[in-house]
Write a protein of this length. Structure first.
Length: 149
């Protein structure tokens, strides 16, 4: 998607991905070493009644799902931030996540040939429950970028 095609309200739906217990534990072991993500026995007695994925793991999964759409393949000029990250429900082993991504804002960038786009991500589990929302701010190429080097 080039900047010119990033119309307000344009939506994308990602493919789904099922989260495994092994990956929850592996991610947590490297990046968010808390018992509720690492120790199934402890987690069973904890506040969520079982092992859950780190919120940061869920955010990374959501980003990976978005990239799989190919919407920014060849046009991405980098991310410039995230806003309003909200983890609304825990993600558990066996959950299948999908995401809907909507263009909610756009503006020309300071550097010619590209634009700034705000993408609202809404991530749901297999029951349709929202587990994560966030806004990603991205720079994407315009069709004329090559002419403006």
């Amino acid at each position: 998607m080039y900047f010119e095609e990033a119309e307000l309200g344009r939506r994308f739906r990602t493919p789904g991905r099922t989260v495994t217990e092994a990956e929850i534990v592996a991610f947590a072991g490297s990046y968010d070493a808390q018992s509720l993500h690492l120790d199934a026995d402890w987690a069973a007695m904890g506040p969520f009644g079982g092992l859950i994925a780190s919120g940061f793991h869920t955010l990374c999964l959501a980003w990976s799902l978005w990239l799989r759409t190919g919407a920014l393949e060849g046009t991405s000029r980098g991310g410039i931030g995230m806003d309003e990250v909200r983890w609304t429900k825990p993600v558990r082993p066996g959950d299948t996540l999908t995401s809907e991504v909507e263009v909610v804002d756009r503006s020309a960038a300071a550097k010619r040939g590209r634009g700034r786009v705000v993408l609202q991500h809404t991530v749901r589990n297999q029951h349709g429950e929202v587990v994560l929302t966030f806004r990603a701010l991205a720079l994407i190429a315009s069709r004329g970028e090559a002419d403006h080097g």
